[in-house]
Design a protein around this ligand. Structure first.
Ligand code: PBG
Length: 326
């Protein structure tokens, strides 16, 4: 048959070299940001049972992990701190000697500008009630007083050496409050990566073991977004940009690829997506059972998130994936 009435899509798939040449999406180590947990008052790293391969770091083990991450060529780290003492307002989040701020300072001293050091800005790991803001006597997470706390935390994190402040609490007006605080303290050049479209997701389960920040009552559905909503994600993104965000994030990633695509099409700032703890745990569990090919499945999820339009992927596989790509 010389001229069949159909197209031969298989022509460009016939060898690995042709497939490589025609791949529309590529992964590079610099696309990845590694989330890390640093805990006060431990002598050895503590494994997180629901996230095999992930640990709560000591200050020293974190420094070592950060050097390995730099060696692997990833884009950056995002830090989460777990203090020994928690209180209703999350005082340790902005204490100069608070665990996360000490860690930021050490990493910045060690690494300079070699890796982008991001500070997750939230209160849930630091409050005794586990909510992302201050709480009224009636148990409501109180938006506007929380903004004052976020402002103080942003300044503390910038002073400690964070290159990027990443507010994840989903309080209305948080980006404006943080921008104003940073500008007022001489940090006009510190960018804000806003967790702009962050959903109230069941996929954060393992993170709550890792960061020890599970709400002690209720849940986060009065401030994080409702999973059925898509238009609202664009409104949140536009609002955060209007308030001064330099880059925006969608979270989780895999169950929200439609949102990643919609946001990437709508904005002209860098878009990140956070492949969260439950996404990690789900795939690790399946791989441990031999139900999926681990490396292949991980790289496929990372490719899919990039293909949907995210330039940067926050992923617990950042360093491992970066090594595979080298
Ligand atoms: C804190 C925060 C959470 C995550 C990142 N920042 C937990 C939450 O909102 O409940 C989740 C990350 C993950 O699951 O990997 N606000």
């Amino acid at each position: 048959m010389t001229s069949p009435g159909f197209a031969r899509g298989r022509r460009l798939r016939s060898t690995p070299a042709l497939r490589r040449l025609t791949a529309q999406t590529r992964l590079a180590p610099a696309d990845f940001v590694l989330p890390v947990f640093v805990k006060q008052g431990i002598d050895e790293p503590v494994p997180i049972s629901s996230m095999p391969g992930v640990v709560q770091h000591t200050l020293d083990s974190l420094r070592k992990a950060a050097h390995e991450a730099a060696e692997a060529g990833i884009g950056g780290l995002i830090l989460f701190g777990i203090p020994s003492e928690k209180d209703p307002v999350g005082s340790q989040a902005d204490a100069a000697d608070g665990i996360v701020n000490v860690a930021l300072q050490q990493l910045r001293d060690d690494l300079g500008d070699e890796l982008v050091l991001m500070a997750d800005l939230c209160l849930c790991e630091y409050t005794d009630h586990g909510h992302c803001g201050v709480v009224t006597p009636a148990g409501i997470v109180d938006n506007d007083p929380t903004l004052d706390r976020y402002a103080a935390v942003a300044i503390a994190q910038a002073q400690a050496g964070a290159h990027v402040i990443a507010p994840s609490g989903m309080m209305d007006g948080q980006v404006a409050a943080i921008r104003r605080a940073l500008d007022g303290s001489g940090f006009t050049e510190t960018p804000i990566l806003a967790y702009a479209a962050k959903y109230a997701s069941g996929f954060y389960g393992p993170f709550r073991e890792a960061a020890e920040g599970a709400p002690q009552f209720g849940d986060r559905s009065t401030y994080q977004m409702d999973p059925p909503n898509a238009h609202e994600a664009l409104r949140e993104v536009r609002q955060d940009l209007a308030e001064g965000a330099d880059a925006v994030m969608v979270k989780p990633a895999l169950p929200y690829l439609d949102i990643v695509r919609a946001v990437a099409d709508a904005v002209d700032v860098p878009v990140s997506a956070y492949q969260v703890s439950g996404e990690y745990a789900m795939l690790e569990a399946a791989a441990a059972n031999g139900w999926v090919d681990r490396q292949r499945a991980i790289l496929e999820t990372l490719t899919a998130i990039r293909r949907a339009g995210a330039g940067t992927v926050l992923t617990y596989w950042a360093v491992e994936a970066a090594r595979w790509l080298r």
